[in-house]
Design a protein around this ligand. Structure first.
Ligand code: SF4
Length: 264
């Protein structure tokens, strides 16, 4: 099994957590606890940023909301590496609600590499027609299915190099597949995970790829797979891209709200 550290390597001079900035050098514990400056709008002493506490609160807060699409599909039984990869490709630049419908429609037709490879590309395209860039995705997915049949004995291996070798598959999808379907400790950093961890002040990084490098270094492994499961619904319903709901947010007292100029 590959370890997460074998993915994107962090360089010392690269993005940092808030704890590592020159102006702010609090201690970091094994549990991921670190200090941050006083939060705007809170009276009194600096709040201690405890990522375990933050994610526990968010776990409770997202209970009423629909699950992130890949986790929902896994719970419905579409939990093989191949099914998760197909669904992740469908999900690219596509809303979760649309992804769920399209993926279920595809899996009603075909769930294995051999079955997808046997489909006409046109049939595959029709199944995922609501997804953004569906035609290009249909060709990509069909090519992946054929490769898995021809080169991997019909079963997609839980292997990062194999996944990243497919056209259109990047670190986000590879890590979600390896984390959800393969049981490996992996962090799926999508735009929600990137935005929210930076707003907390836990990560300072310009891109999701750079945030991944920081999180691999700082986030306790027990949260590696679940951080995506938690922050996707949290990012859609609470810490939204525009006008986050800070006034009712369950982690307001712990969040530095970096870059947040307006909120609800
Ligand atoms: S909603 Fe506001 S307080 Fe809550 S995590 Fe997002 S930026 Fe921080």
């Amino acid at each position: 099994m590959k370890t997460p550290a074998s993915g994107t390597a962090a360089k010392p001079s690269q993005p940092t957590t808030r704890a590592q900035t020159p102006a702010d050098t609090p201690s970091t514990t094994a549990a991921g606890t670190r200090g941050v400056p006083p939060n705007e709008g809170t009276a009194g002493a600096p709040a201690a940023f405890d990522v375990d506490e933050v994610l526990r609160r968010i776990e409770a807060a997202v209970q009423p909301f629909p699950k992130a699409a890949l986790f929902e599909l896994a719970q419905e039984g579409f939990d093989s590496a191949f099914e998760q990869l197909m669904a992740c490709i469908v999900s690219i630049r596509t809303r979760d609600e649309t992804t769920l419908v399209a993926a279920r429609r595809l899996f009603a037709l075909a769930r294995t590499p051999a079955a997808v490879a046997a489909l006409e590309v046109r049939a595959l395209d029709e199944a995922i027609a609501d997804s953004t860039y569906h035609e290009a995705k249909a060709w990509q997915m069909h090519a992946i299915a054929r490769t898995v049949v021809e080169e991997h004995g019909g079963e997609l291996p839980c292997d990062e190099a194999v996944l990243l070798g497919f056209r259109g598959v990047g670190p986000k999808c590879a890590n979600l597949v390896l984390g959800i379907a393969c049981g490996q400790p992996r962090i799926g950093v999508d735009i929600h995970v990137h935005r929210i961890t930076n707003r907390w002040g836990y990560v300072h990084a310009r891109t999701p790829e750079l945030s991944l490098a920081v999180l691999q270094r700082e986030l306790p492994r027990r949260w590696w797979v679940d951080i995506n499961r938690l922050l996707v619904p949290f990012g859609k319903h609470v810490c939204t891209p525009a006008l986050p709901r800070c006034s009712t947010c369950p982690v307001r007292d712990l969040c530095a709200r970096v870059g947040v100029t307006k909120h609800r």
